[in-house]
Design a protein around this ligand. Structure first.
Ligand code: KG4
Ligand code: ZN
Length: 339
């Protein structure tokens, strides 16, 4: 029997909906980005984000169902991002999902956004043949704007947390360093673009290895870039491309090396890299450049926030028996270790 999940994602600054079949085949996906609006402020303004979700959510859901040539009656469950994320933004998606549940009688499934990022590796376009499923145990590196962590995924929905960031998330570090260099929001793509013309070895920025631990720390690196920027500004020129390339190389070096080391230590069959920062070309090249482990990195449209990944995680939750009640609340802070 075919199972179709309609999913809604509004945890930050993308209003998104998607329909997924049998946990993998993507029938339709819509992402309305607020990026341009937030770029004017240099970051996401929570209240502006919530109000924009209110405006976009219904058209985004309608568009998604139309693209899938389906009606609400054709879906088996409604999945929605419950957290982590901005409270006011999450509430818009949650209430929209509850409205659909009330209108259709279909079950509600609350999904953790971080689990969603990991499940982006299972999604493929419905018109393409299904690639092989990721094989457990999987060493999963999650690098997004709000989180950076390493988890061993031993089975569906089973995570063993090996480490996480002690300060900034990788994406947050990209965003903050971009601001220091006068590059536009969001910082990740701006740094990547600037780094294209830079020499990654011209600045030797520090790598925080933190001994044998699988934790990350990016604040020392961020401070080192800031110190260099202040010094160079006094001297009159800012070699933005070299600074961006040096910073990017330091982040890639640490996340890549720790992930490979953990994959070896825990006997992983595959590596999975997910979250907004996995869109970074230098990170993708580092992982694709080794052949010790097969690597799953979602295609670019599935790296940054989307609802296809929420549908994929929601599918697993649903087939494992999760059905939430209509008094389900959002969870703005919700580590993967607590689901
Ligand atoms: O997963 P995501 O869309 O949202 C969160 O769940 O946080 O991740 C957003 C983060 C931002 O910090 C953004 O700068 C970063 O992902 N990002 C990138 C790239 N594209 C997005 N970082 C580095 N290189 C990129 N190409
Ligand atoms: Zn995300």
């Amino acid at each position: 029997m075919t199972i179709r999940i309609l999913a809604i994602e509004t945890s930050c600054d993308e209003t998104a909906a998607a329909v997924l079949e049998d946990g993998r085949a993507l029938l339709a996906s819509t992402v309305a980005s607020q990026m341009e609006m937030h770029a004017r402020f240099g970051g996401v303004y929570p209240e502006v984000a919530s109000r924009q979700h209110v405006l976009s959510i219904t058209p985004v859901i309608e568009q998604t169902l139309a693209d899938a040539h389906l009606t609400l009656g054709d879906v088996d469950a409604i999945a929605v991002t419950r957290g982590p994320g901005l409270a006011g933004s999450l509430v818009v998606g949650m209430n929209a999902a509850k409205g659909l549940v009330l209108g259709s009688g279909r079950p509600l499934v609350g999904v953790n956004h971080l689990e969603g990022h990991l499940y982006s590796a299972w999604v493929h376009d419905a018109k393409d043949e299904a690639p092989p499923e990721p094989q457990f145990p999987i060493m999963a590196l999650l690098v997004s704007g709000g989180h950076s962590e390493l988890n061993l995924m031993t089975d569906h929905l089973q995570y063993q947390r090996l480490g996480g960031t002690l300060d900034d998330a990788a994406g947050e570090a990209f965003d903050k360093v971009a601001r220091m260099l006068g590059l536009p929001y969001p910082g990740g793509p701006s740094i990547q673009k600037a780094a294209l013309n830079g020499d990654p070895t011209s600045f030797k920025f520090p790598r925080s290895w933190l001994g044998k631990s699988y934790d990350f720390s990016f604040s020392g690196l961020k401070t080192a870039v800031l110190r260099e920027v202040r010094k160079l500004e006094k001297e009159g020129t800012l070699p933005v491309a070299n600074l961006a390339a040096g910073f990017q190389a330091a982040v890639v070096d640490v996340v890549f090396t720790k992930t490979i080391k953990a994959a070896r230590e825990y006997g992983a069959k595959e590596i999975l890299v997910a979250g907004g920062v996995s869109a970074n070309t230098a990170i993708r090249e580092a992982f694709m450049g080794q052949d010790e482990f097969p690597v799953n990195i979602p295609k670019l449209s599935l790296c940054t926030d989307n609802a296809a990944m929420i549908a994929a995680a929601g599918h697993q939750r649903f087939v494992h028996g999760q059905i939430d009640s209509l008094d389900l609340d959002v969870r703005p802070t919700w580590p993967l270790s607590q689901i």
